[in-house]
Design a protein around this ligand. Structure first.
Ligand code: BG6
Ligand code: MG
Length: 224
């Protein structure tokens, strides 16, 4: 097996760096209940990696209420969900970085490889600040830099560009079905953390299982 050059490693935020994916779920569940729609964790898999407005549209479709609200009412609902979500962020501290992530970041840095972020969240900076992780990233692609949310490749391509990285020589790490699709559509090597991610090139069940040596091995095999 040959060692292939790695230009960059690009992380998703919600559900990979920290468990804000669960906060998004709780906040959407509360909003959905207020309009008589019930959603569960399985349905929530479809919301991961999707922008705020696209998530609301999926929830309204799920409750067959997609034609019941004006755009102003939808904006207001999305804002209400965000207020619920931001309340949860008050609890976030550096202790909430998920297992395995700090060690992984350290190992990648030891190899001198740039690290990027690809998150469609408008709250990405607030979350990174709460975790004290702003400095860890060489480049952050967030909602302000893109027009299409995952599964479109735009966000991972933007992160690669910001890091001067060739996508085919870069690795993306994701917990969402839409996120893995976005990585694959960009031409990168996809690490998927969680179930339903069989389209990933390398799949694990939790961040605690992320090991830099094993990821490199899988990347090298993919390239051979
Ligand atoms: C993604 C989350 O990171 O950000 C989605 O996986 C979320 O669940 C999206 O909807 C947008 O987040 P925000 O903070 O802009 O509402
Ligand atoms: Mg995610």
């Amino acid at each position: 097996m040959n060692n292939h050059k790695i230009d960059a490693v690009i992380f998703d935020l919600d559900g990979i760096i920290t468990d804000t994916a669960h906060f998004h779920f709780l906040a959407w569940k509360q909003l959905a209940e207020e309009i008589g729609i019930s959603i569960d964790e399985e349905f929530n898999e479809r919301l991961k990696g999707i922008s705020r407005m696209d998530s609301l549209e999926l929830i309204l479709e799920e409750g067959n209420r997609q034609h019941d609200f004006t755009s102003i009412e939808k904006e207001e609902m999305a804002e209400r969900k965000n207020a619920n979500y931001v309340n949860y962020l008050d609890e976030l501290t550096p202790e909430h970085v998920l297992p395995g992530i700090m060690d992984l970041i350290k190992s990648i840095k030891t190899d001198g490889i740039p690290i990027g972020l690809a998150s469609v969240s408008k709250n990405a900076e607030t979350v990174l600040r709460a975790l004290n992780l702003v400095e860890a990233f060489d480049y952050c692609a967030d909602a302000s830099k893109i027009s299409k949310s995952k599964p479109d490749p735009e966000i991972f391509l933007t992160a690669c560009k910001g890091l001067n990285a060739v996508p085919e020589r870069s690795i993306g790490i994701e917990d969402a079905v839409a996120g893995v699709e976005s990585i694959k559509a960009s031409g990168m090597f996809a690490v998927g953390v969680g179930k339903q991610l069989s389209k990933a090139d390398y799949q694990l069940m939790s961040t605690g299982q992320l090991q830099w040596e094993k990821i490199k091995e899988a990347f090298n095999k993919w390239n051979d």
